[in-house]
Design a protein around this ligand. Structure first.
Ligand SMILES: NC(=O)c1ccc[n+]([C@@H]2O[C@H](COP(=O)([O-])OP(=O)(O)OC[C@H]3O[C@@H](n4cnc5c(N)ncnc54)[C@H](OP(=O)(O)O)[C@@H]3O)[C@@H](O)[C@H]2O)c1
Length: 296
């Protein structure tokens, strides 16, 4: 089986290079790849790549993920998150190839406290959310066999993330202030990559299960509780680390105004994914503890 992976250097893309390798031959591209165009600013070039390589499965981990920056460059965000994924989907439909794509809790407005299900009506609050939603729709409309996994609060051992930022700040400051009114589930890029590989194997035998799924680690937390957990884990993983912060004070979102509005309720219900693919999802704390043990 030939697999074409876009966005190979991102959090999820990096882990996909590992998890997809047992399924077939993986051609992995990034925006600056030279053999084939992997630059999502160039939808026609990316479509040419799909036509030239004729993959059986395309996995797209590339995206414009700078949520605040997207507010000031909506056209660019739209090209990366919607136009190019749509162009890939058109080529996938012509080839009869599968397309796997990732989307986000930011397609929802964050109201209420119930975990969102796939049939809930999206109402994005930001350019990032709107462009990701448009990407989902263009893929579905293109008629390609597809799997879209909506996820949230992604972290990985590689690259920067919230947990690493908290660790750094806690070694510099006596007091941290962290938002306590946004709720979701931190989800490891490694978990997403493993679920993706399992789901592809399943879909090759059960194409009728194609479609949209929510995929996050089990449990829920706020950014404030997440930060406290990170600091507690860090002390266990490496007792030599000197944590100066004595307090992680809870503050409302309004204490940190940002260009992009974020949803308060990012909880995603994963019942459909678990039932369809026969998978269990580990608790978010297990993955975060593992990532910290790996980096410390
Ligand atoms: N991160 C989150 O918290 C989160 C939450 C919900 C959903 N998601 C979704 O999950 C997926 C994977 O996200 P991630 O966390 O792995 O993001 P990430 O680490 O920011 O990776 C994004 C990838 O896209 C690439 N990229 C940026 N501009 C590009 C361009 N012009 N052409 C081609 N590639 C380009 C990046 O390459 P460079 O690094 O070289 O620029 C990187 O490899 C995305 O669809 C994202 O929307 C993420």
């Amino acid at each position: 089986m030939n697999i074409l992976l876009f966005g190979k250097g991102g959090q999820v893309g990096w882990e996909l290079q590992r998890s997809l390798s047992v399924l077939g031959t993986v051609t992995a591209l990034d925006h600056d790849s030279t053999d084939h165009c992997g630059d999502f600013a160039n939808p026609a070039g990316v479509a040419d790549t799909v036509r030239a390589l004729r993959p059986d499965v395309i996995v797209n981990a590339a995206a414009h993920t700078a949520v605040d920056k997207a507010e000031s460059e909506p056209d660019f965000a739209r090209t990366l998150n919607a136009t190019t994924p749509g162009a890939i989907a058109q080529e996938a439909a012509r080839l009869g190839a599968w397309l796997v794509h990732y989307s986000t809790d930011y397609v929802f407005d964050g109201s209420g406290s119930r975990p969102w299900v796939e049939t809930d009506t999206p109402a994005p609050l930001s350019v990032y959310g709107r462009t990701k939603l448009e990407g989902e729709r263009l893929i579905a409309e293109a008629g390609a066999k597809h799997l879209i996994l909506r996820t949230s609060w992604v972290y990985a051992a590689r690259g920067g993330n919230f947990a690493k930022t908290m660790l750094r700040l806690a070694q510099e400051r006596e007091r941290l202030t962290v938002i306590d009114d946004q709720w979701g589930a931190p989800t490891g890029a490694d978990l997403l990559a493993d679920v993706t590989a399992h789901a592809i194997r399943h879909l090759l035998r059960h194409p009728e299960d194609a479609g949209l799924y929510h995929c996050v680690a089990a449990g829920e937390t706020s950014w404030n509780e997440y930060a406290k957990y990170v600091l507690a884990c860090a002390q266990i993983a490496n007792p030599a680390i000197e944590i100066k912060a004595k307090e992680v004070a809870p503050v409302p979102t309004s204490a940190f105004p940002t260009p992009a509005v974020r949803p308060h309720n990012s909880r995603l219900n994963t019942g459909k994914l678990q039932a369809t693919f026969g998978l269990g999802l580990p608790h978010w704390q297990a993955g975060v503890a593992r990532m910290l043990a790996e980096i410390l």
